[in-house]
Design a protein around this ligand. Structure first.
Ligand code: FAD
Length: 405
């Protein structure tokens, strides 16, 4: 019985660990296939994008799966042949499967806005965070030697287009890093302008008003300019054009306005709503029941509301867990479990000293949610590999810092 898990993000890692616990070493060969050799904590990447040192961003897959029966295969999935039950890696290597969990995540959705893809930087991975950090550094370095005030202003302006959770977290973090960035490049902190542009009338669309107000106040206090109710009409090299005709010159334009499922999903599955695979209530693909699709790649429906689940890490983990359980149940001849969405809460930071935590009906603001968010990351690492993994991660970070020093 070959069980393959495609993608080692939040959903895939959970699915593979649970499959190992339920079936590992008992007639099932479990493998997890991922582009990189590590599991990225995408939820943290806004911090290094703003230039902040973060304790844990990526955990090597070999550490997560040490002591399990899960084989880690590094490769890029280039095709999934449902009828033949095959997965193609790097266009040449063909792997067979009996059961498949597809957890290939998402990519930016550009909504066909002219020039957006070409002229903006996405924030959706460690590499993209590194690109943003380097780009901002390069622009500020050029600004320091620029005498023309308009050009200097464009070089020191960062537009964050899309002020949902990701955009707000990045804007807050960048605002807090402004003094350090200015010092490094011999600029005045106020010269570095951070502008968050949002199509909806408020930031954090979908959040309750109290959270929106608290995050708005925190951003404004930190000197972030907000342009609200302004959809992007086009993005040109070095400028965004808004629907009302206004132009903002900026040499750094970051797109955080939406995601869609990994393009491969559209190629291989029946999809709806931003390219997400249509699944039944057990999270099986409607095209092939031996294939489960989970996380951002899946159009999982909340049975209570009938609405698609938002693409979040906590729901991806739950779906990965359910796919593993249902594969085990199928093989044992037990009834499958239907998907039931649970939302533990929402955590967001606005820089290093402010945040919001929505837990049930209660919303907390201030410094406490920032601490909770950090603790939540440690709790997550513990859930993957217990204290052993946590110590390894901390040890590696300590050594890296020491080596850099
Ligand atoms: C900046 C940012 C902040 C966020 N903050 C939060 C937050 O605070 N809370 C929250 O709940 N959610 C947050 N999210 C959303 C959350 O990160 C996603 O919902 C979650 O990562 C989805 O998990 P997944 O397993 O479906 O996909 P991912 O975690 O993206 O994993 C997909 C995996 O598949 C691999 N992969 C992709 N294509 C291929 C291929 N062709 N071949 C092989 N491997 C491939 C990738 O390398 C990756 O390892 C944030 C997202 C971003 C971008």
């Amino acid at each position: 019985m070959k069980i393959r898990v495609l993608g080692a993000g939040f959903a895939g890692v959970r699915a593979a660990l649970d499959l190992d616990r339920l079936l590992g070493g008992r007639g099932a060969e479990i493998s997890v296939i991922n582009r990189d050799r590590y599991h990225e904590l995408i939820t943290e990447v806004y911090r290094p994008a703003a230039g902040r040192d973060v304790k844990v961003l990526a955990v090597p897959l070999e550490d997560i799966f040490a002591g399990t029966s899960v084989e880690v295969v590094q490769g890029t999935v280039t095709d999934i042949r449902l009828r033949e039950r095959q997965v193609v890696l790097d266009r040449e290597r063909v792997l067979k499967f009996d059961r498949l969990v597809v957890a290939l995540g998402s990519e930016p959705e550009y909504f066909a806005i002219p020039g957006l893809r070409e002229n903006s930087l996405p924030l959706n991975s460690l590499n993209s965070a590194e690109n943003i950090r380097r780009h901002i550094d390069a622009m500020l370095a050029r600004a320091a030697g620029q005498q023309d005030p308009e050009r200097r202003r464009a070089l020191t302006t960062v537009v964050i287009a899309g002020a949902g959770l990701t955009g707000v977290e990045l804007a807050g973090e960048l605002a807090d890093q402004r003094p350090a960035l200015a010092r490094r490049h011999g600029l005045q902190p106020e010269e570095i302008r951070i502008i968050a542009v949002e199509a909806a009338p408020d930031i954090l669309p979908g959040f309750d008003q109290a959270s929106i107000d608290a995050a708005t106040n925190a951003l404004v206090r930190k000197g972030v300019s907000l342009i609200l109710g302004s959809p992007l009409q086009a993005v040109e090299p070095g400028a965004v054009v808004l629907a009302d005709g206004n132009r903002v010159e900026a040499r750094t334009i970051i797109w955080s306005g939406g995601v869609r499922a990994n393009r491969l999903i559209e190629k291989c599955f029946t999809t709806r709503t931003r390219g997400r695979a249509v699944v039944n209530s057990y999270l099986q693909s409607v095209d092939e029941p031996s294939v489960y699709v989970v996380g951002d790649a899946a159009l999982a429906i909340n049975p209570r509301t009938g609405q698609p689940m938002p693409p979040t890490a906590q729901h991806a983990v739950q779906q990965g867990r359910l796919a593993a359980y249902n594969i085990w149940a199928e093989l044992k001849g037990r009834p499958l479990r239907g998907y039931r969405a649970r939302t533990a809460g929402t955590l967001a930071t606005v820089g290093t000293d402010a945040g919001l935590a929505r837990i049930g009906p209660v919303t907390l603001f201030g410094r406490f949610p920032v601490i909770v968010k950090d603790l939540n990351t440690w709790r997550y690492i513990l859930s993957l590999g217990g204290p052993r993994l946590l110590l390894k991660v901390l040890w590696r970070h300590g050594r890296l810092r020491w080596a850099r020093a």
